[in-house]
Write a new protein. Structure first.
Length: 172
């Protein structure tokens, strides 16, 4: 499994659609898997309550996928915004349990992400807050990759997404 990560609005869904088109590998959003298991969705503001509990639903869904698919992409996060907007790490045992072979962390200019969030979600998010969120996402992604022995690729914007060829060619 390849784990695609990044803050809200960085372009994970867009990137996953490119990989699916090139290789035909199925892509699953962690939030959708969780919603299906718990039978309720998430708010559009991207604030998340019960972060720890949601991971149980995700683990169950991923275990089911792993029984039927050898290679797939999971689109998710290393950190989320809790119900008061504080950047919160997802529990480490989530990643030691799903154990992705590779991690692709997408980053982008906080100003670009802020604009996307306004256009897509009608949410005003300050670039400074996005930069803080991205910094913590990258810091934790590096820690997790090292701990679980996963390959890590950090994209610095949409201009270098083609450099991911090295990682996803292994799965074709």
């Amino acid at each position: 499994m390849i784990f695609i990560s990044g803050v809200h609005g960085v372009g994970k869904s867009f990137f996953c659609s490119i990989v699916h088109e090139k290789l035909g590998i199925n892509t699953y959003q962690a939030s959708t898997l969780i919603s299906e298991k718990r039978h309720s969705g998430f708010d559009g503001n991207k604030l998340t309550s019960a972060i720890d509990d949601n991971q149980k639903f995700l683990l169950s869904a991923v275990q089911e996928l792993q029984k039927t698919e050898c290679h797939f992409i999971l689109d998710g996060h290393f950190c989320l915004l809790d119900k008061i907007g504080k950047v919160t790490r997802i529990p480490l045992d989530t990643f030691t349990s799903i154990k992705p072979e590779a991690i692709i962390l997408l980053t982008e200019s906080p100003e670009v992400i802020s604009k996307r969030r306004k256009e897509r979600d009608n949410v005003i998010e300050l670039p400074e807050k996005i930069a803080e969120f991205q910094h913590e996402e990258e810091k934790y992604a590096r820690e997790v990759a090292l701990l679980i022995g996963a390959r890590l690729f950090v994209s610095r914007g949409s201009g270098d997404l083609n450099r991911c060829d090295r990682l996803y060619q292994d799965f074709s």
